[in-house]
Every structure is written in structure tokens, then in C-alpha cells.
Design a protein around this ligand. Structure first.
Ligand SMILES: *Cc1c(COP(=O)(O)O)cnc(C)c1O
Length: 435
């Protein structure tokens, strides 16, 4: 595979952009190899600057549920561009998009649009803290909610402890307000609530991915989410579902469709922007009405609700709503793909755990079921790196980490799925033979 242009581009980028990339995972740090510089994409495929084609299971990390260059999204964007790129004043389509989000997602009375998932979760926890009047929050080990200070916190040494900053530069004075619980382990959550009650300021909110997609794909058990809801009610904490990845991805109702537990607030991103920078947070009326200009909790954005981004996102959501069978078809393809990967691995004696929720899928090189981040970390990441590299060379672009999810788009047909499984079979066989 000729990678000359990507190699040169990467070297040049590194002179002026830190690490050559504008988001760290793109540097391929955990799998090695050359990050592909992309110059175009269409449907299920992306093309690098050396004109190698790949079946793309990253789909911009989730937003592109209709694949690259969907003609409807493309034309709505082009039309919007002709009317102006940004006004810094309200537009009608923002209301339309808000209505579409609210009508799909139970329990959300109002939303606010922002430009990234990071902003959405950061603003949601500020609001939740203001509503509850308490500073401590609980998050789960292995869940990712963007890179704001309060959420860049990982588990400390004990099982249920106040967290430690997961990045230098995050003040420990701040991270001490974040407690880190174990995913799918309700006892660890109760321990956090109790610890905060005795040693801290009390838990004001709990934030969770109802379908965790940022430690690989690890769905929460229904019973766990029901118990979590009860604990939040018992302790008076605001429950936030971070649906930035799973919203309109795992199904029209995101994680709700799998648990029937209603959160007090939810955050969205990725799919709701149709590939443009757009995200949202929403919640019950009495919480959202604390937000400026109605209430006194401050939050703002120069490009929030940008008309071009809203056009792209609205077109995507309207397409999804107009044909509910889309999600079944996506889930069916995800099922075939993951089963095919599992069978191929098994035939070569390589243990593989697979999972899918709607169009999200994941696989772990692990001989045991993965229920939380500790389980996920027991996966064979060296094996993953090998597999990733081999699949790339064979024209299949998976996310470059064991701890990311994959995405099916409507532009993927049986042929792409079949090709992927064949290439995986070849790769597993080579790995098993030490090639
Ligand atoms: C991607 C993601 C975010 C962060 O969104 P950005 O747009 O990258 O800031 C937050 N939460 C979850 C669950 C995500 O998957």
C-alpha cells in the first residue's frame, strides 16, 4: 500500500500542529502505523491522499449515519450556505430542530443548541449543579463526556473514591468534586453517594452514557439503569444521560429505547449535526428554566445554533424520522458484521467478544464478557493493534483503538459487510499463523 503522501503530510503537519492532529486519537498512537490523510469520501468509503480506498467504520466518529456526502444533507447545506453562514440571531430552523429532538426523546421539555458534545455536557452539569445546589458529581470509569475539567477525572485508587485528574492542568480542587463509580455496578454508585454525603458536599448530579461507546461498546444493563434512577431519586440528584454518541444512533430514542428509564437531562451531539459541529443539552422544564436569559445560570456561544449546521442536522433527523425501518436495517447489518467477525475469530482460535446496539458496534479481544472498564482493559490491545493494521492494509478502516466503537451507515451494503468479514478472516488467520 502506497502511503507516501500521508507520510509526508503527517511530517509536515507535525511542524505546525501539535502531534500533527487536531484531536489526539487521530494520530494512531495506540495502534502505530501512519495516520491516513483523507482527501475525499463518498457513501461507505473514504479515500486517502495516496488514493487508497477504505470501507469506513469510523464515519467521523459517529455523526454520519447516512454515510459520506448524503445527497439530501449536502443539498440542504448548500442551500443554507447561500443565505449566509452565520447571523448571531435566532432562526426558525433552530426551533424546528429543537422540536424534533424533544418529540423523539421523552422527558425533555426544552433544549439549548451548542457546537460540541464537550460544551453540551459541561453546560448540563453546571445547570444540574445549580438546580440541586450541590457541587459533587458522579461519573463512571470508562465513560467519556468530552474534555471539560470536571469530567476529565478518572478513578482514584479505591473502588469508590473521589476521582483524580486524568490530565495535568485539571485542578485537584475541582476533580475532588467528581466521584468515579464502576459501570454496571450499583453498589459502587451507592458508595459514592454515601461518601459524598459524609465527606463532601453531596451529589448534585450523575452523568452516564446509557450505552457506553467510549471504552469500546459496553451497554448498561436495564436493571442497573433502573436502580441508578432510584438512587438519584433517593438522594435528590439530577440524572443526566449523555447521548452524544448513542442519541439517534442506537435508535431514534437513543439509549431510552433500551431501558425505559427517564433521565432528568440529556445531551446530544454527533448525529444531530449531520456531520457539522452541533450538539445540544436539554431537560425538564424547571431545570432548563434556570438557564440564562430566563434564569441566572450562564451559558452562551457565538456560533451556537449555526444555521448551516442546523440545516444539516435537521435534514438528518427528518430522514431518520420519516423511515423508522432505517434503524432495523442498520441493526441487522451490525448483527451480521459482528457475528461474522466473531465466527472468523473463533475459527482461528482467537477469542473475541462482540456487541452491537442499533448501528453502533464493538469488539474486544477478550475471552470474557465485558461489563465495565476494568473488564475492557483486560483485552489484548497488542492483538487489536495488529488486527487494525492488517485491516487497514486490506482497505477496511476501523477506529484506531480497542476502546472505541464502530459505526454502520445506511450507505453500507451487504457487499461491504461481506468484504469486511472476508478481510477479517484473512487477518485473523495471518495473526494466528504469526504473520
Ligand atoms: C464524542 C462524545 C462527547 C464529546 O463530544 P465532542 O463533540 O467531541 O466534544 C461527549 N460525550 C460522548 C458520549 C461522546 O461520545
Amino acid at each position: 500500500m502506497n502511503l507516501l503522501h500521508s507520510i509526508n503530510d503527517f511530517n509536515e503537519a507535525k511542524q505546525v500542529i501539535v502531534g500533527g492532529v487536531n484531536s489526539p486519537v487521530r494520530a494512531f498512537g495506540s495502534v502505530g502505523g501512519v495516520p491516513r490523510f483523507i482527501h475525499k469520501a463518498k457513501g461507505a468509503y473514504i479515500y486517502d491522499v495516496d488514493d487508497n480506498a477504505y470501507i469506513d467504520y469510523v464515519q467521523s466518529w459517529g455523526p454520519l449515519i447516512f454515510g459520506h456526502c448524503d445527497s439530501d444533507i449536502e443539498s440542504s447545506v448548500l442551500q443554507s450556505v447561500q443565505n449566509g453562514l452565520s447571523f448571531g440571531a435566532p432562526t426558525e430552523i433552530e426551533t424546528t430542530l429543537a422540536k424534533e429532538i424533544i418529540s423523539a426523546y421523552d422527558g425533555i421539555a426544552k433544549v439549548r443548541l451548542v457546537s460540541s458534545g464537550t460544551e453540551a455536557t459541561m453546560s448540563a452539569i453546571r445547570l444540574a449543579r445549580a438546580y440541586s445546589g450541590r457541587d459533587d458529581l458522579i461519573k463512571f470509569d470508562g465513560c467519556y463526556h468530552g474534555h471539560s475539567d470536571s469530567l476529565l477525572v478518572s478513578a482514584g485508587s479505591g473502588c469508590a473514591t473521589f476521582g483524580a485528574p486524568s490530565s495535568p492542568g485539571v485542578p485537584s480542587d475541582l476533580s475532588k468534586h467528581t466521584l468515579v463509580a464502576r459501570y454496571n455496578d450499583i453498589d459502587s454508585v451507592r458508595a459514592c453517594f454515601e461518601e459524598s454525603r459524609t465527606k463532601g458536599s453531596g451529589v448534585g448530579c450523575v452523568i452516564i452514557e446509557p450505552i457506553a461507546g467510549n471504552m469500546g461498546l459496553v451497554p448498561a444493563d436495564r436493571e442497573f439503569l433502573h436502580a441508578l434512577r432510584s438512587l438519584c431519586d433517593e438522594y435528590g440528584a439530577v440524572l443526566i444521560f449523555d447521548e452524544v454518541m448513542s442519541g439517534f444512533r442506537a435508535g431514534l430514542r437513543g439509549g431510552l429505547g433500551y431501558c425505559d428509564v427517564l433521565p432528568d437531562m440529556a445531551t446530544f451531539g454527533k448525529v444531530i449535526g449531520g456531520g457539522m459541529p452541533l450538539a445540544a443539552f436539554g431537560g425538564r422544564d424547571e431545570i432548563m428554566n434556570l438557564l440564562s436569559p430566563v434564569g441566572s445560570v450562564y451559558q452562551a456561544g457565538t456560533l451556537s445554533g449555526n444555521p448551516v449546521a442546523v440545516s444539516a442536522g435537521l435534514t438528518a433527523l427528518l430522514k431518520l424520522k420519516s423511515d423508522p425501518s432505517i434503524f432495523d436495517a442498520l441493526a441487522h447489518k451490525a448483527q451480521i458484521l459482528t457475528q461474522g467477525l466473531k465466527d472468523a475469530a473463533q475459527s482461528t482460535g482467537i477469542p473475541l467478544q462482540v456487541c452491537h446496539r442499533g448501528s453502533m458496534f464493538g469488539f474486544f479481544f477478550n475471552d470474557r464478557a465485558v461489563k465495565n472498564f476494568d473488564d475492557a482493559k483486560r483485552s489484548d490491545t497488542a492483538m487489536f493493534a495488529k488486527f487494525h493494521q492488517k485491516m487497514l492494509e486490506k482497505g477496511v478502516y476501523f477506529a484506531c483503538s480497542q476502546f472505541e466503537s464502530g459505526f454502520i451507515c445506511t450507505a453500507m451494503g451487504e457487499e461491504e459487510i461481506r468484504t469486511t468479514i472476508e478481510r477479517a478472516q484473512e487477518s485473523f488467520t495471518e495473526i494466528a499463523n504469526g504473520i
